[in-house]
Design a protein around this ligand. Structure first.
Ligand SMILES: *[C@@H]1O[C@H](CO)[C@@H](O)[C@H](O)[C@H]1NC(C)=O
Length: 321
């Protein structure tokens, strides 16, 4: 069913690429683990599962971390996937699907813009995490491979992710196209995606970047405070709680939930320091991918330091919608 390569992957290339594109400790550990495996291997080759653990991308922890909050939508999408399966679309041979890669740093407003694209173009947003979870839950061939890797604490290989995307985009809801969310993250992944698409005569039709200056993102993100038990969210400048006197420096004593009066908190990720490393990683990963697609004339950058309506207008222009 899947053109999964059962050929062992040469680890040297995998490890070198993974150290190039990822600075995450987990990836480094995985590379180290894989190098050990290589030494044990007879000819410098390792089986897929071990090779996969060296690959960049998605750690099991990162995937399953979200699973609690996403479990409702995941189970919905699993049953939806099951019913879509019964109508296997002849979509692969269509040559004019909208194949959109949407990029944006944390805080750029992807979460509020993507649903508009979904609705307007009638195409689904395919998140790598959701697709992997659904494939694992559905027990597809590639899903089983992914599960084995994740159960062993490894990273899912690019081959597995591309295999899962390849399967998913055959479903009928992708007949007009789809939005890829969270993939590709590296030029290597972009190349694999391009190869998979070109096998059915397709290619990425739009790459849209939501562009927001880092300092604006810092204000957007670092000003966020939440009320943990209700999930109500506030912003120091844009939506302050009543308890914050104007001009006062926000802290735990004056950042209180409007309804309960309980203290608000900031997410660990929402500090200037954490944001800086997230943005560094984003710029390092994204710029080369934009450069990769530039020659094909599909790349556009939308100024996302504007109101949601203005950003949406920019996206529509970029997509010719
Ligand atoms: C972002 O938008 C705000 C509000 O329109 C503006 O004051 C600011 O100069 C913009 N920042 C940049 C770097 O474009």
């Amino acid at each position: 069913m899947f053109q999964m390569s059962t050929k062992p992957h040469k680890v040297s290339s995998l490890t070198s690429s993974s150290s190039k594109v990822s600075s995450s400790g987990k990836a480094r550990q995985a590379s180290a683990k894989s190098r050990q495996n290589t030494k044990k291997g007879r000819s410098g080759f390792v089986p897929l599962a071990a090779a996969a653990s060296a690959c960049v991308g998605i750690t099991a922890a990162a995937l399953w971390k979200k699973s609690k909050q996403a479990s409702r939508s995941a189970s919905t999408s699993t049953s939806a996937a099951a019913s879509r399966k019964s109508v296997v679309a002849a979509a692969a041979s269509e040559s004019d699907r909208t194949i959109l890669i949407l990029f944006g740093p944390p805080g750029a407003g992807k979460g509020s813009q993507a649903p508009r694209i979904v609705e307007t173009l009638d195409i689904p947003q395919l998140s790598t995490g959701d697709m992997l979870r659904a494939a694992v839950a559905a027990g597809t061939e590639v899903g089983k491979q992914a599960k084995a890797v994740m159960d062993s604490g490894g990273l899912v290989s690019d081959e597995i992710v591309v295999g899962i995307i390849k399967d998913r985009i055959l479903e009928s809801d992708c007949s007009k196209g789809f939005i890829l969310d969270g993939f590709p993250r590296t030029v290597e992944q972009a190349n694999k995606l391009d190869d998979m698409l070109s096998a059915s005569g397709e290619k990425v039709s739009s790459v849209v970047e939501l562009s927001v200056p880092d300092e604006v993102l810092e204000e957007r993100i670092c000003g966020r405070w939440i009320h943990k038990s209700s999930g109500r969210s506030y912003h120091v400048s844009f939506a302050p709680p009543k308890s914050l006197p104007s001009g006062a420096k926000p802290d735990e004593s004056n950042m209180l939930d409007d309804e309960t009066g309980e203290p608000l908190m900031q997410r660990g990720d929402d500090t200037a320091e954490a944001l800086k490393s997230r943005l560094d990683a984003y710029h390092k990963q994204t710029v080369p991918i934009l450069t990769h697609y530039k020659p094909t004339g599909v790349v556009s950058s939308v100024d996302a330091n504007q109101s949601q309506e203005e950003v949406w207008t920019g996206i529509k222009t970029a997509l010719g919608a």
